[in-house]
Design a protein around this ligand. Structure first.
Ligand code: NAP
Length: 260
């Protein structure tokens, strides 16, 4: 099923005007390009990530194009706590009063070894960053999403999140758990709610995570994050406001959660 008609999606240049969108893992890869693209389409973007220098470089790049000043949220999702996120929520409440979009994008790949040999501490770190932290952020940011007229809550998964495969370790388990959480939440949220919940599977994309997962692959054979942006824009903008409880793929196909 195509998410739109056969013709390519043409987002309005001000599609995200007046929207406040938080992107996790904004400093690099797909998240970096998404944050830039959302800014170009009018959003005020909140850049959450681990490496502050990457967030600062992106901030400098997007500031001239931003209608309102972007925000930087330094946070290590592998070690963050309820107290840290509660503090963030207070600041966002005071400064913006709502959140129109939350893109859960940050993730750690971890080792690709058999479970029998998987480092236990690393397993817990990957689960914390890829699954527990998105749960905490979602749980605590829900009042701000509720305060938006139409809010898009978007979880990033992976082919091995839908169907875990051998040797993908905690990465596959964490994405599988994340999909479960997204589906549970979507089922709780009525389709008439202001919040829509969807999953995106970006597929093979030219980033440092992809290079780490497939070191022998020619990076040129893999699509650039920019090619995904029409889909990310569609999902963050109001054109997708009727889409709730779907997994979207990079080929623009979508499956309802209750059929997956
Ligand atoms: P990437 O290039 O490795 O970028 C990941 C981003 O997440 C970086 O900005 C990184 O920040 C941030 N991050 C990692 N650990 C973090 C932590 N503990 N706390 C806060 N931020 C953290 O990855 P990507 O390829 O763009 O992947 C983006 C999403 O798409 C991920 O959810 C991934 O699972 C999914 N995905 C990617 C592909 C692909 O082929 N690329 C395929 C399927 C799914 P630092 O740079 O500061 O570490």
């Amino acid at each position: 099923m195509l998410f739109m008609s056969d013709s390519p999606y043409q987002p309005a240049s001000d599609l995200l005007k007046d929207k406040v969108i938080l992107v996790t893992g904004a400093g690099d890869g797909i998240g970096r390009v998404a944050a830039k693209t959302f800014t170009d389409h009018g959003a005020t973007v909140l850049l959450l990530g681990k490496t502050v220098s990457k967030l600062e470089a992106l901030y400098d790049e997007i500031l001239p194009k931003s209608r309102k000043e972007p925000g930087i949220i330094p946070m290590d999702l592998a070690t963050t706590t309820v107290a840290i996120i509660e503090e963030l929520v207070v600041v966002l409440q005071q400064r913006y009063g709502r959140l129109d979009g939350l893109l859960h994008n940050a993730a750690i790949l971890g080792d690709r070894v058999p479970v029998e040999h998987y480092d236990i501490e690393q397993w817990q770190t990957v689960m914390q960053a890829n699954y527990h932290a998105p749960f905490l952020l979602t749980r605590l940011l829900m009042p701000l999403l509720r305060a938006a007229p139409k809010a898009s809550l978007l979880f990033t998964s992976s082919g091995v999140g839908a169907i875990p495969r051998a040797y993908w370790g905690a990465y596959a388990a964490s994405k599988y758990a994340l999909e479960g959480f997204a589906k549970l939440l979507a089922d709780e949220i009525d389709t008439t709610s202001n919040i829509r919940v969807n999953i995106i599977n970006p597929g093979a994309t030219r980033t440092s995570m992809r290079a780490a997962a497939y070191p022998g692959e020619d990076p040129v054979s893999v699509k650039m994050p920019e090619e995904l942006m029409p889909l990310y824009l569609y999902l963050m903008g109001d054109d997708s406001s009727a889409d709730h409880a779907f997994t979207f793929n990079s080929d623009h196909s979508k499956q309802p959660f209750n059929q997956a």
